[in-house]
Design a protein around this ligand. Structure first.
Ligand SMILES: NC(=O)C1=CN([C@@H]2O[C@H](COP(=O)(O)OP(=O)(O)OC[C@H]3O[C@@H](n4cnc5c(N)ncnc54)[C@H](O)[C@@H]3O)[C@@H](O)[C@H]2O)C=CC1
Ligand SMILES: O=C(O)[C@H]1O[C@H](OP(=O)(O)OP(=O)(O)OC[C@H]2O[C@@H](n3ccc(=O)[nH]c3=O)[C@H](O)[C@@H]2O)[C@H](O)[C@@H](O)[C@@H]1O
Length: 443
């Protein structure tokens, strides 16, 4: 089948590449000519494990092409995916200017029946708005289908190729048939496809992200409580997670959820609820808890250094909002850096993939280390903000010899508290006991 994907970012590039991999002919359209040029020349534009191999294979086989021309991109396509940004507008609601702008343009170009698919995360009622935008310039037949995307960055290819479910929102029989043909290989591999109306599909996406964000904020509150009553959040997590009704996944406390989606999608659902005359109380609390949690380590650090961070030097492991991505959108590490710099401290950071992106944002405000151990040189404390695998079992001897103080503030609970206690560290994490040998603190 011939497919166009408009918007070649995280979702667009993964969608385009994976549909090419299942035998379709895909043209990806993007307004960013540099991106299109790089992709056309075989240079991948995002870090996503496993994607490059598929991208290069399908590019070579001519099943994957890139263009800046919407007209060329959609001409022969039967299905046109919209994988465009839906950033928060000033009031927190999803800004549909990209989606509706492109839909109007598509209306000017349509000559025959096509299925337009909202892959972006869009509020309830957007499929109808897209239809109206196309109708401004086109009176022929077309369908608009909602097919929200549930992939996670870092495991995007796997999530796309082996989804827990595919949601297809359409009330058109013709639209359903076209989408059914496209997803047939997925169904044959045993992945469920759930059909519903457009509005339910649109809400399903926000409900999924908001529910997951709620799980995280809930656990972060349990962690807060653990610290105050002397319980261990890891034990509580294991204790509740083994109940199938709760489930083991997404119960990890930390320094808050970040990324390009949870923060904006929870906010957008609260906003659309307001517009529907309903106050979504739980989600307001979820956002409030997350705002506080992002800076959970800061009061601990300040207390440890007697409220004086001036001239203190911190090593920071992890900049990306989560491991296996170079994405730094709403990354908790950035909020921590801001606080440390404002208090007069200096920072030396290391992240396996995200340093280039942070460098573009912060320039020389912090030092970017060659590796995780170089970041530790002369540090008064190490802060861990992202749970990259290589941080999980570090060489503690190297840590001790590089740092000024054996002090760790761990926002991702990477280390076993008892084991690290034996190594003589001052160690504070999230929702677990702090340990503090008296001898190692050189202020
Ligand atoms: N990043 C993720 O993990 C997921 C994102 N989503 C949703 O998917 C949508 C897209 O997100 P991302 O891929 O992360 O965004 P992104 O920012 O990585 O990519 C968007 C792309 O659209 C292009 N673009 C902007 N205006 C355009 C236009 N007029 N014509 C053609 N291209 C244009 C941009 O140049 C960019 O390459 C959002 O609604 C997001 O909420 C959904 C699931 C997962
Ligand atoms: O709509 C989207 O864009 C996507 O948003 C999330 O995916 P993503 O943002 O890539 O990352 P997650 O793995 O969900 O993590 C989000 C944030 O939650 C945090 N998190 C996650 C799990 C956990 O137990 N605890 C926790 O603090 C992570 O550190 C990260 O900051 C969803 O998991 C995807 O299903 C969805 O498609």
């Amino acid at each position: 089948m011939k497919i166009a994907v408009v918007g070649t970012g995280y979702v667009g590039l993964v969608t385009g590449t994976c549909f090419a991999e299942t035998g379709n002919e895909v043209t990806c359209v993007d307004i960013d000519s540099k991106k299109v040029e790089r992709l056309s020349n075989g240079e991948i534009t995002i870090y996503e494990p496993g994607l490059e191999k598929l991208f290069l294979r399908n590019l070579k086989e001519n099943r994957l092409q890139f263009t800046t021309s919407l007209e060329d991109g959609i001409r022969d396509a039967k299905i046109v995916f919209l994988a465009l940004p839906t950033p928060p507008g000033e009031d927190g609601s999803a800004d549909l200017k990209y989606i509706l702008g492109v839909s109007e343009e598509i209306g000017k170009l349509l000559k025959d029946y096509k299925v337009l698919v909202d892959k972006s995360t869009v509020p309830v009622g957007t499929a109808e708005k897209v239809k109206a935008a196309v109708r401004k310039n086109y009176s022929g037949e077309f369908d608009v289908v909602s097919n929200p995307e549930f992939l996670r960055e870092g495991v995007a290819v796997d999530d796309f190729m082996k989804p827990d479910r595919v949601v297809i929102g359409t009330t058109s029989e013709r639209g359903r048939k076209v989408m059914g043909d496209l997803y047939a290989p997925f169904v044959r591999s045993g992945n469920p496809v759930i059909y519903m109306d457009e509005r339910s599909a649109e809400l399903t996406k926000y409900a999924a992200n908001s529910f997951l964000a709620t799980k995280i904020s809930f656990m972060n509150e349990i962690a807060q409580l653990c610290e105050r009553v002397g319980a261990d959040v890891d034990m509580v997590r294991l204790g509740i997670g083994s109940d199938d009704r709760i489930g083991k996944r997404f119960l990890f406390p930390g320094i808050g959820y970040g990324g390009s989606c949870f923060p904006k999608d929870v906010q957008a659902l609260v906003k659309s609820s307001c517009e529907a005359d309903y106050q979504f109380r739980i989600l307001n609390a979820v956002m409030e808890v997350n705002e506080k949690q992002k800076l959970h380590l800061i009061p601990k650090i300040k207390k440890y250094f007697n409220d004086d961070l001036k001239g203190k030097h911190f090593a920071l492991w992890g900049l990306a909002f989560k491991p296996n991505t170079d994405d730094i959108r709403e990354a908790p590490a950035l909020y921590i850096i801001e606080e440390l710099l404002a208090a007069g401290a200096t920072v030396s950071a290391f992240d396996p993939e995200a340093m280039k992106n942070v460098q573009q944002l912060l320039g020389d405000q912090i030092h970017f280390a060659e590796n995780q151990y170089e970041a530790l040189k002369g540090a008064d404390a190490l802060i861990i903000a992202t749970e990259w695998n290589e941080f999980r079992t570090p060489d503690f001897l190297k840590i001790v010899t590089s740092m000024k103080n054996k002090t760790i503030f761990d926002g991702r609970n990477l280390f076993d508290v008892s084991a690290i206690s034996e190594l003589g560290f001052h160690y504070e994490s999230v929702g677990r006991r702090s340990i503090s040998p008296n001898s190692n603190h050189k202020n």
